[in-house]
Design a protein around this ligand. Structure first.
Ligand SMILES: Nc1ncnc2c1ncn2[C@@H]1O[C@H](COP(=O)(O)OP(=O)(O)OP(=O)(O)O)[C@@H](O)[C@H]1O
Length: 764
């Protein structure tokens, strides 16, 4: 205990007042315990004593003497005073302590406020967490309820399964037997597998030999290609030669005509001179006759004069008369002799001229004969060159068809369009790539989906940078076949916005961006011009239709598509025995130039059903079918060919969810997807060589039946978008294209004849 006796250290209330006995009879000792027990002479004070003392009400017990009590009291008072002093010190300490505590309290209060604020925020946070947790709790409760119901269902099914297991266990015995039987069968199957393995080996060997044969064919194909190229070169040289010969021949013919004309003129001159000479001869004869007559007359007169002289009996006047007469006659005779001389000179000059013109006429005739000979020689060479050209052309066609047959009559090209601004794939990894191995260069394409690579190989793959011209170069031979009498069908397939219309039609107003349709038409009309020189005369007819919501629309009708007049038309598709397709009531137009066809194409484009989808601003909502029927007649060989060129821009395949179609658009999309799925059904049935091919399931497949299932040359251009967001659609398109590529659909047949033409127009 502390106090003054304790070195003056600060005391606390606890040190002054201590409750010693916390029991039922508490005794409070003031100051140190020693004071209470010994310093107070062993006097013990109860709580009441102390309280009385403190309130100066001392009631000492009576068993001590007063003096003792007084001493004790004095002592006690002394001690009490000490206590009071301690208390005062204690009070000061307490005050200090209280200040300290107040300060602490203030800072604590501040802290409390801060804490309260934080608590408030925390409370809000907690409240929101509580709300979320409540929600979570509700969801969990629902889930729990669901899981409980699932659990119940699972338990029910477990019970059922238990039952089933029991029944299965019951039926295990026969199964065991069956197992044994199956094991026996398995061992026999193993044997079969062994034999099949054997067969597989043999098949592999066969496959290897087929591959060898294939590579041989490939080599032959390359060789044939080379030959074809050489033939083409030769053809070009022959054509050049031919046109040179033609030019030379024309100049010779001009020369010949000029010579003929000058010959005719010379002949005319000669005739005129001859007739002049005749006249002069006649005149000379007349003058000679006259002279002879005059001479005989002179002689007569001279004889008479002599007779008169002899007779001399005659008068001198008579004699004089006779002499005058004789002189006159002599003068006349002399003048006539002069005339004769002059005429003779003239005659000589005319005869000289005639001789000269005879010489020049002879020269001209010889020149003419020479030119005639050269001309016929040239004609012969020209005929020979033309024959060579026809033979070369025939060889070219044969080789070209051999190449196409070797390549397969349904071929697939793939075209990847460039990334457009709308594709917005800057930060996404590339989804489409092109292998650079020699084997697949220009023929392979790879798609990356969810980190998995899908590879495809087609007859040709066009990268995004490929121009319209580059695509057309690959297609032009096929287009040429239509002029040779084949049915040709080129169609563009792909998802909405993948570039089908760009490939088929291109962009109007820009020559470099022209698509396959305008380029094909230009080629056909140019070739028609060239073939005309070989005796071919062609007639072309075109029709254009669209299949919209499974309904055929005539795009060249003068009635507006959709109008009552147009709707009453039947447009029934029929195929004849020759594999030609007829669409009743369809407008067919005779065309003579590519400009006429361009005009019709523009007209058709305006009537087409186009709409806007989320995937493409100008989306074709229908299948567009352009058909050109070509009939050629060779006047010299009397051969006829009937070719058909079908160019088709299919409507875009699209997923309903991605296209965002609703209402009419939704109906259109469903119709499009249905017909495209019918197209794939047909292709797959053909690939599997099934007996029944469902051509009739859609208007599109029924219309294209001769192209897909028969004897035409078909090319499918599958268009693909490189956008990573379209990867699923691109993969679907390429898978479909790969199956088409694997199809074998018969051998293309050329339609030729020497009969009269059937004037009716037909498709495909
Ligand atoms: N090879 C290309 N080069 C440049 N632009 C292209 C190419 N292919 C397509 N485009 C552009 O992509 C857009 C969509 O092309 P397009 O309209 O031809 O697609 P589509 O497959 O015909 O679509 P839909 O089926 O909806 O009619 C057009 O703006 C077109 O100009």
């Amino acid at each position: 205990m502390v106090g003054p006796a304790n070195g003056g250290r600060t005391v606390t209330s606890r040190q002054v007042l201590s409750v010693v006995n916390g029991g039922q009879d508490p005794i409070i000792r003031v100051g140190p315990a020693s004071i209470a027990s010994s310093d107070c002479g062993g006097i013990e004070f109860t709580r009441e004593d102390v309280e009385a003392l403190l309130s100066e009400r001392i009631k000492p017990k009576n068993k001590f003497s007063l003096k003792e009590k007084c001493d004790a009291m004095a002592d006690y008072i002394k001690r009490l005073k000490m206590c009071i002093k301690w208390f005062q010190e204690l009070e000061a300490d307490l005050l200090l302590e209280q200040d300290k505590h107040w300060k602490m309290l203030e800072t604590a209060e501040k802290k409390c406020n801060d804490i309260e604020m934080v608590m408030g925020q925390k409370e809000e946070e907690l409240n929101s967490i509580i709300v979320a947790l409540r929600k979570n709790y509700t969801a969990l409760q629902e889930k729990l309820a669901k899981e409980e119901s699932d659990k119940l269902a699972a338990m029910v099914s477990l019970n059922k399964e238990k039952d089933a297991r029991l029944s299965v266990e019951r039926s295990q015995a026969p199964i065991k037997e069956e197992l044994e039987r199956a094991q026996r069968e398995s061992s026999s199957a193993n044997q079969k597998i062994l034999s099949l393995n054997d067969m597989y080996k043999r098949l592999q060997e066969y496959n290897t030999s087929l591959q060898q044969y294939n590579s041989k064919l490939q080599a032959e194909l390359n060789q044939t290609n080379e030959i074809l190229k050489n033939v083409e070169k030769e053809k070009v040289a022959v054509l050049e030669n031919l046109s040179n010969l033609r030019g030379y021949c024309t100049s010779l013919q001009d020369q010949l005509t000029a010579t003929k004309e000058s010959n005719d003129e010379a002949m005319k001159l000669k005739d005129a001179l001859a007739s002049e000479v005749g006249c002069l001869r006649l005149d000379l004869q007349q003058v000679r006759d006259e002279r002879d007559r005059q001479l005989s007359h002179v002689q007569e007169l001279s004889a008479e004069v002599l007779k008169y002289k002899e007779l001399t009996g005659k008068s001198a006047d008579e004699l004089g008369n006779l002499t005058t007469k004789s002189n006159e006659l002599e003068a006349r005779c002399a003048s006539q002799s002069d005339q004769i001389k002059k005429l003779q000179e003239k005659l000589d000059a005319a005869e000289n001229k005639l001789a000269m013109s005879d010489v020049s006429a002879f020269e001209i005739r010889t020149g003419y004969e020479e030119q005639k000979r050269v001309n016929s020689e040239l004609q012969f060479r020209l005929d020979e060159a033309e024959l060579k050209l026809v033979e070369g052309e025939a060889l070219r066609k044969k080789l070209h068809n051999t190449i196409l047959e070797l390549k397969g009559n349904i071929r697939v090209f793939c075209r990847v369009r460039p990334l457009l601004l709308d594709d917005a794939a800057d930060n996404e990894p590339k989804a489409v790539s092109f292998p650079t191995t020699t084997e697949n260069l220009g023929r392979g394409i790879e798609l990356l989906q969810h980190g998995q690579k899908h590879s495809f190989v087609f007859d040709k793959v066009f990268v995004p940078e490929s121009s319209q011209e580059e695509v057309f170069v690959e297609v032009s031979q096929l287009v040429q076949s239509a002029l040779d009498g084949y049915k040709v069908c080129i169609f563009a397939y792909g998802q909405t916005g993948s570039g089908k219309t760009h490939t088929m039609m291109g962009t109007s107003g820009n020559d470099d961006d022209k698509g396959l349709i305008p380029r094909s038409l230009e080629q056909i009309f140019e070739s028609r011009q060239t073939l005309q020189n070989q005796g071919w005369k062609y007639e072309m007819q075109v029709s254009m239709l669209e299949i919209y919501n499974e309904t055929i629309r005539d795009l060249l009708t003068i009635n507006r598509p959709g109008s009552t007049e147009a709707r009453t038309k039947q447009y029934v598709i029929k195929h004849d025995a020759n594999g030609n397709t007829h669409v009743s009531d369809l407008t067919v137009v005779d065309v003579r130039s590519s400009r006429e066809v361009s005009f019709l194409l523009n007209r058709a484009a305006q009537s087409r059903s186009v709409g806007m989808t989320q995937m493409n601003e100008q989306s074709s909502r229908s299948h567009f079918v352009f058909t050109m029927r070509i009939t050629g007649v060779n006047e010299s060989t009397e051969q006829q060919v009937h070719g058909v060129l079908n160019l088709i821009d299919l409507a875009g395949s699209e997923r309903l969810s991605k296209s965002g179609s609703t209402g009419d658009r939704l109906k259109e999309t469903q119709a499009i997807n249905k017909s495209l799925s019918s197209l794939s059904d047909v292709i797959f049935a053909l690939a599997k060589k099934e007996e029944h091919v469902p051509f009739r399931n859609s208007k599109l497949t029924y219309l294209l039946q001769p192209c897909l299932g028969g004897d035409s040359k078909t090319l499918m251009v599958v268009n693909v978008s490189p956008a990573p967001s379209s990867i699923n659609e691109s993969l679907c398109s390429l898978r479909f294209a790969a199956r088409v590529n694997a199809c074998e659909i018969g051998t293309p047949r050329r339609q030729t004849s020497v009969k009269q033409l059937d004037a009716r127009f037909s498709h495909g």
